[in-house]
Design a binder for this molecule. Structure first.
Ligand SMILES: N[C@@H](CCC(=O)N[C@@H](CS)C(=O)NCC(=O)O)C(=O)O
Length: 211
């Protein structure tokens, strides 16, 4: 099994997920900045031309970050990061989906249509006029999340799960690209962020370019 990985929050999410499980698999670096993921050799593997992608031992490819994590959860069940019961799994998936829709999608498109335009305009249809509104939508998503955060240590309850890992990978990315969150107005989110940032999996899953 081999993970096609590279710079950026989606591959980071999968590396962090593996690190939380204490698993290390073969990693093949793909040069996202140079657009290697959009070249025919890679597009043959993942027609979406995006990272990450997971190559199974029989050569089949699984793409899309959350389905990759769901597969890894099944083959490396402990510790569970999706939940141990049907109800826990539903709650984890619910939060991961909310974070995806309300925060990750507007944040990443906001980046691609502004600071990332030079990199992305030849790769996809970009809408520069939408960038500021998308970034604002992501901040509204974070404000909404702050209001939902209870006294739980983690997004879905008492244990770290897929929703925490997804949110962390993208908030770390947001900080790098001018979409850092306002820690004063989002104190619960900030405490949560510091708690996750201190986990060994954050260090273990760093991209080689981070030193
Ligand atoms: N829907 C995909 C999104 C993957 C994605 O956007 N990956 C980024 C890296 S974080 C990428 O490959 N960007 C380079 C490109 O689109 O050319 C998933 O969930 O895996």
């Amino acid at each position: 099994m081999k993970l096609f990985s590279g710079i950026g929050p989606n591959p980071k999410l999968v590396r962090m997920f593996l690190a939380e499980k204490g698993e290390a698999i073969e990693i093949q670096e793909v040069d996202l900045m140079a657009g290697e993921n959009r070249q025919p050799d890679f597009v043959k593997l993942n027609p979406a031309g995006e990272l990450p992608a997971l190559e199974l031992d029989d050569g089949r490819i699984i793409a899309e970050t959350i389905p990759i994590c769901e597969y890894l959860e099944e083959i490396f069940p402990e510790p569970s990061l999706f939940g141990s019961t049907s109800e826990e799994r539903a709650v984890n998936r619910m939060w991961a989906r909310r974070i995806d829709m309300k925060i990750i999608l507007p944040m990443t498109n906001g980046f691609r249509y502004s600071e990332g335009l030079g990199l992305f305009e030849s790769r996809m249809h970009c809408i520069p006029a939408a960038a500021d509104d998308l970034k604002y939508q992501a901040t509204l998503g974070l404000q909404w999340l702050e209001e939902q955060m209870s006294d739980n240590q983690y997004i879905s309850g008492d244990n770290i799960g897929i929703a925490d890992i997804a949110l962390y990978a993208f908030l770390e990315f947001g900080k790098l690209v001018g979409q850092g969150f306002d820690s004063d107005s989002l104190p619960k989110l900030n405490s949560w962020y510091e708690r996750i940032a201190a986990r060994p999996s954050v260090e273990v899953s760093k991209h080689p370019s981070e030193g």
